[in-house]
Write a protein of this length. Sequence first.
Length: 501
Amino acid sequence: MSATATRLLDNYVAGAWTPASAATGELDVTRPATGEVLARVPLSGAADIDAAVAAARAALPEWRAVSTIARARKLFELRERLVARSEDLARSVTMEMGKTIADARAEVARMVEMVEAACAVPTTMQGRILEDVSRNIDAETVRQPVGVCAAIVPFNFPAMVPFWFLPFAIACGNTFVLKPSEQVPMTQQIAFEELHELGLPAGVVNLVNGSREVVESILDHPGIDAVSFVGSAPVARIVYERAAKAGKRVQALGGAKNHMVVMPDAVIDKTVEGILGSAFGAAGQRCMAGSVVVTVGDAHQQLVGPLVQATKALTVGDGIDEHSDVGPVISCDARVRIAGWVAKGVDAGATLLVDGRELGDGLNPAGAFLGPTILDDVTPDMEIAQEEVFGPVLTLIHAGSLDEAIDIVNSSRFGNGTSIFTESGASVRRYRHEVEAGMIGVNIGVAAPVAFFPFSGWKDSFLGDLHAHGTDAVEFYTRKKTVTSRYFSSGQGSGSYFVER
């Protein structure tokens, strides 16, 4: 599987690399920093999903029969293989998505962490038992696989987000079909090379490249039992409703508008560091990016100067350059769209403190570069304060009190994550208790949980009952079966269950 600039990517079905059989076309996979074509991705059709689901369905009995410990041992092996390929994976992320190599390495580390968490399945998949619920009658609950599971994943985390789902699904005895983003399909080609070397039964893991037709086929396919999705809020709602209507178990993670509240007693230099990483890491293209800072009282005056100075000192450049602080956005179309949001904010009355549209010379003109941008004097009713921009654009809102700040945060229809910067335990206690978001950071810019806690978005940021990874993953990828049993032996009366209990 050597990479060349013009190769057409294969799907991975039934344990083998397979050309798409029903492709309706091909798309260029481009490098955001240069516009260079890295490969071509097939737009697979419904027949390709049919083949993957058939392979997954056929493999299910054999894989389910593998002991839980043996499945975990395969994941231990996968972990070692991914670690050995970690630099290849990180460079692939940077080349096809654009984020800095430092960000990409951190992403791959989180990918590996997901596998490590899934290795605990002999413990996390355990059921419960209670003896003598009535005389000589025992009751137990066991967990069994859901069946064939699929995931539809976005462009912004080509390595990590697919592994929010894949290792947990197969650890629980399910088989799996992955649809990577057609914008960044190459990183998962590396991951599946390593999955192939595990010698899993053919069909346990499958990869089908494509776009809308593949997504729709997954949502409607009668052979798929569960669907996981990560993407924008409007699409998440469509995915949830369509897949649920087809009788599938669904978790759909949508967009976000994450707020960071800065109190007057915040440690400013550390707060600035946290804000920069949150707002401009991955060029703001992540659902946990802090895109709104709400300053309380005197915090605005203390924060703005150091924040603007630090933002202007960030280096925008090719993500593969170790000295770049901010890489390009995913595409030139995205750059134009994000720049349009900046103009819309200014037109609405915001003050432009840092204009990332003005990058000067020295960057590849074919690259999708847009620098960190800060808009001040933003009000909560402005569209740019309400909608997800998904780029390196930070808006500043001033609040007179913590009460007002909480009201601003809670007025958002999104509820993914939020952070508060303060040294006051009382403020933290009140904030975490009252704020309507699923992930809370205290003096942390990106409050994304580690792999063994669930990714707990609320409101329009999540549709479903069970979240990604952590304890929720085992709940999502298993079904509970409760068994009530009694055995007769000489000397025991039969009795009556209903009378004796």
